[in-house]
Design a protein around this ligand. Structure first.
Ligand code: ZN
Ligand code: ZN
Length: 360
């Protein structure tokens, strides 16, 4: 799909103009992939007002030709240095570089070819707004995760270890066409559910436990992200129902706040104020959500400390949690695409029920 990558480079050219530089040197491999389709492990990209030049080493010549047929190829191991060496010939005086990514050492090697101008996360900002190709990959990743979880919920979890359930969920996602799990699956039972990013252990899932599962699938490089919390074996205890209803209400408030143009802090606040009003503010120890795409965590971050506003066609997670140390915790997380109200409002990608289920 070369035309999609060219369209993305056109958007970058607008940022290049706004930053008053003649070209951008892209060294972050995820950003190189976003702008060209090339997925090799050594590359850099130079984008000027009228051309794009991809550098990679000899191992990847055939792959680059297949994935990025519409850009000129330079074969060199020291990719970024080779591209900056072309600055003079391309009449690039001011060269924008990814200042959040280039090391001090690389900066030293690039110096002297052109005036180096920090560009900051310009490509990451472009990446927040997804095109339809990206959204359909995310939609498929979320559907695979939903289907894999449905199979796990039909079976038995009581008596199995956290690790067993995590492995089983990942295997089923692969069987359904995921290229990988989106990240290391979190399965956390009982008191472990109070640890936000618990790593699955050999603890067995027991009667009366809360069971928190946070996982996703990766499709064509795009990551889905979903958390559900269940009760195992027994009718939920009153404290479990109370906590669940609270997190559910906060999550709904966060979802309902998703609108193009809204301040990121206002989205966080919509959910957080619900948790705070119930006296659990200190037990909600992380941001409300994050962008997803070619990375599992990417811009925008939705937190009390965020700056900026949401934009249409931005996929984000909404994932409030309340964690009672040593007792248990609940998190409910969806991936949604922000859309204009006239476009139907936020599109829910992770459709597994959010009712409190009791698992066998
Ligand atoms: Zn998650
Ligand atoms: Zn997440």
């Amino acid at each position: 799909m070369p035309e999609i990558h060219e369209a993305r480079r056109e958007r970058l050219r607008a940022s290049i103009q706004a930053a008053d530089v003649d070209a951008a040197l892209i060294t972050d491999l995820v950003n190189v992939r976003y702008l060209t389709g090339f997925t090799g492990s050594n590359a850099a990209l130079l984008v000027t007002s009228d051309t794009a030049l991809l550098a990679t080493d000899g191992r990847y010549v055939a792959q680059a030709g297949a994935q990025a047929p519409d850009v000129e190829l330079e074969v060199e191991r020291a990719c970024a240095v080779a591209l900056s060496g072309r600055a003079d010939k391309l009449k690039v005086r001011r060269l924008g570089f990814e200042s959040h990514h280039v090391t001090v050492d690389l900066h030293g090697q690039l110096a002297g070819q052109a005036e180096l101008v920090p560009l900051g996360p310009a490509v990451e900002e472009l990446r927040t707004v997804k095109d339809e190709v990206e959204i359909s990959a995310l939609r498929e990743a979320a559907a695979i995760a939903d289907a894999a979880l449905a199979e796990i919920l039909e079976g038995l979890v009581m008596g199995r270890t956290e690790r067993h359930v995590a492995r089983e969920l990942e295997r089923r996602m692969l069987d359904k066409g995921a290229e990988a799990a989106a990240f290391d699956t979190i399965v956390a039972a009982g008191e472990n559910s109070a640890i936000p990013h618990h790593r699955p252990t050999d603890r067995r899932i027991a009667y009366g436990d809360l069971l928190k599962i946070d996982f996703g699938a990766r499709v064509a490089g795009y990551h889905s992200d979903m958390t559900r919390t269940f009760v195992v074996g027994a009718e939920p205890a009153p404290w479990q129902v109370e906590l669940y209803d609270l997190v559910f209400a906060a999550q709904r408030a966060g979802r309902e706040a998703l609108r193009p143009g809204v301040e990121l802090t206002a989205v966080d606040g919509a959910a957080r104020s619900v948790v705070e009003a119930a006296g659990h503010g200190l037990n909600f120890s992380h941001g409300l959500g994050h962008g997803v795409g070619l990375q599992i965590h990417e811009a925008p971050l939705i937190a009390a400390t965020s700056t900026g506003r949401l934009r249409a066609l931005t996929p984000v997670t909404i994932e409030p949690g309340v964690y009672l140390d040593g007792v248990g915790g609940i998190r409910i997380e969806d991936t949604l695409v922000v859309r204009e109200p006239s476009d139907g409002g936020p599109e829910l990608l992770t459709v597994t029920t959010k009712e409190l289920l009791v698992l066998d």
